[in-house]
Design a protein around this ligand. Structure first.
Ligand code: ADP
Length: 346
C-alpha cells in the first residue's frame, strides 16, 4: 500500500485529517488540512506542523497508549478565531500505522450556543422589568395603598400597561419563532398589495389619529399580485407603519408607496417595491445595519416607552427573507426614514 492510497482514504473525510506515522512524521494529509497548516505538510515532523502543545501531547499519548485522545486546537485565520475539536485515534492497518488526527471546526456550534445564551438572557431581561413592576404594585396595593381608591386606580392602570407589554413580547416571540420555523417553506398564496396597503392603513388609522399623523397612500390604479403569505405580509406593513408613526410622529405624515413592477437586479428578476416613509427624526447611519437584530433599539428607553419590544424589524426581516425579497433601510437625520421592501413577482 502506498501513501497515495492513505491520502485517498483521508480525502474522503470532509474535515482536515492527517496521519502521523510511528516515526512521528506526517505520512499523509487530506486537502482540507492545507487551510490550517499550509500546502505541504507530508513528510514533515508533526511537531513542526501542529505546534500547539496540547495537540502534540495528545498525538504523543495516542502513539504511546493507542487510545483515543481528544483536545482542542485554536486557529486564527484572517483575524478570526476558530476552535477545533481534535480527535487522535490510533490505526494499525496494512495501509499504515500511526495516529489519525481529525480537526472538527466548532466555531459555528460555539456561535450558535452563544446566540442561544444571549437570546435567553435578553428575553429574561425584557420580561423581568415589567414583572418586577407588577410585583411591586401588587405589594403596594396589598399594603400601604390598600384603602386608597385613587392610588388603586393609578396603579391598576400601570399594571395593565406592564401586563400588555409582556403580552406583546410573548406575541412577538411566538411570531418570530413561527416565521423562523417556516423559513424554508415558500409561501403559496396570491396576495394583492394595494388592497393590503389600504387595509393596513385603515387598521392603523386610530393609532395615527392619536399620534396626530396622517397616512398617505401612493399607488397606481392596477392591482399588483405577489406569491406570499397574506398574514405575514400584513404583519410586515403593520410593523413598518407602526414604527413610522411611533418614531416619526414629529413629521406628521407617513407615506405608503407601491411602485410599478420592474426588473430588479437585486432580485435577479421582476419585482415590486413597497415602501413606508416617515418625515421624523431619522436614524443615525451607525445603527442601520443592526436594526434588524433581535432586541436592538436605537434608544431603549424611548422604544419601551412607546411599547416597543425590539423585535418588530427582526420579524419583518425574517418574513421578507422567507418571501425571497430584500429589505432596504435609508434614513437622514432630521429628515426621516424610508424602509423599502422588494418582493419578487414571478
Ligand atoms: P421596537 O419594538 O423597539 O419598535 P423594532 O425592531 O420595530 O423594535 O425597531 C428597532 C428600533 O429601530 C426601534 O427601537 C427604533 O429605535 C428604530 N426605528 C425603527 N423604525 C424607525 C423609524 N421609522 N424612525 C426612527 N427609528 C426607527
Amino acid at each position: 500500500m502506498t501513501d497515495a492510497s492513505i491520502t485517498a482514504l483521508l480525502s474522503a473525510i470532509p474535515l482536515p485529517a492527517l496521519l502521523v506515522g510511528r516515526g512521528e512524521r506526517i505520512i499523509a494529509a487530506n486537502p482540507p488540512t492545507s487551510a490550517l497548516f499550509g500546502p505541504s505538510v507530508t513528510g514533515r515532523h508533526f511537531i513542526t506542523v501542529i505546534r500547539q502543545p496540547n495537540v502534540l501531547d495528545a498525538v504523543e499519548h495516542c502513539l504511546a497508549d493507542r487510545q483515543v485522545h481528544k483536545t482542542q486546537y485554536l486557529a486564527t485565520r484572517r483575524g478570526q478565531d476558530s476552535t477545533y475539536e481534535v480527535t487522535c485515534s490510533y490505526v494499525d492497518t496494512p495501509l499504515g500505522q500511526g495516529v489519525v488526527v481529525v480537526f472538527q471546526d466548532l466555531t459555528m456550534l460555539t456561535k450558535a450556543e452563544q446566540m442561544r445564551r444571549d437570546f435567553v438572557a435578553n428575553v429574561s431581561h425584557e420580561l423581568r422589568t415589567p414583572l418586577t413592576a407588577l410585583i411591586g404594585f401588587i405589594e403596594t396595593l396589598r399594603g400601604p395603598a390598600k384603602d386608597d381608591a385613587g392610588a388603586r386606580e393609578r396603579f391598576l392602570e400601570i399594571m395593565a400597561r406592564e401586563a400588555e407589554r409582556m403580552e406583546r413580547l410573548v406575541k412577538d416571540l411566538l411570531s418570530l419563532s413561527h416565521v423562523e420555523g417556516e423559513a424554508r417553506m415558500r409561501p403559496t398564496e396570491r396576495v394583492e398589495l394595494s388592497g393590503l396597503m389600504q387595509s393596513v392603513s385603515s387598521a392603523l388609522a386610530p393609532l395615527a389619529r392619536d399620534a396626530d399623523v396622517a397616512i398617505e397612500i401612493e399607488a397606481g390604479p392596477e392591482e399588483v399580485h405577489v406569491q406570499g403569505d397574506p398574514d405575514q405580509l400584513r404583519q410586515v406593513l403593520t410593523n413598518l407603519v407602526e414604527n413610522a408613526i411611533k418614531y416619526g410622529r414629529t413629521g406628521k405624515r407617513v407615506t405608503l408607496r407601491l411602485g410599478q413592477p420592474e426588473e430588479m437586479p437585486e432580485l435577479q428578476g421582476r419585482g415590486v417595491a413597497l415602501s413606508v416613509t416617515d418625515y421624523g427624526a431619522g436614524i443615525d447611519e451607525i445603527h442601520i445595519p443592526r436594526l434588524t437584530e433581535r432586541f436592538y433599539r436605537v434608544d431603549s428607553h424611548r422604544s419601551r416607552e412607546m411599547g416597543g419590544t425590539g423585535l418588530g424589524l427582526a420579524i419583518v426581516k425574517h418574513i421578507v427573507t422567507r418571501h425571497r425579497g430584500r429589505m432596504r433601510i435609508s434614513s437622514t437625520l432630521g429628515e426621516g426614514t424610508t424602509i423599502r421592501i422588494l418582493l419578487p413577482l414571478d
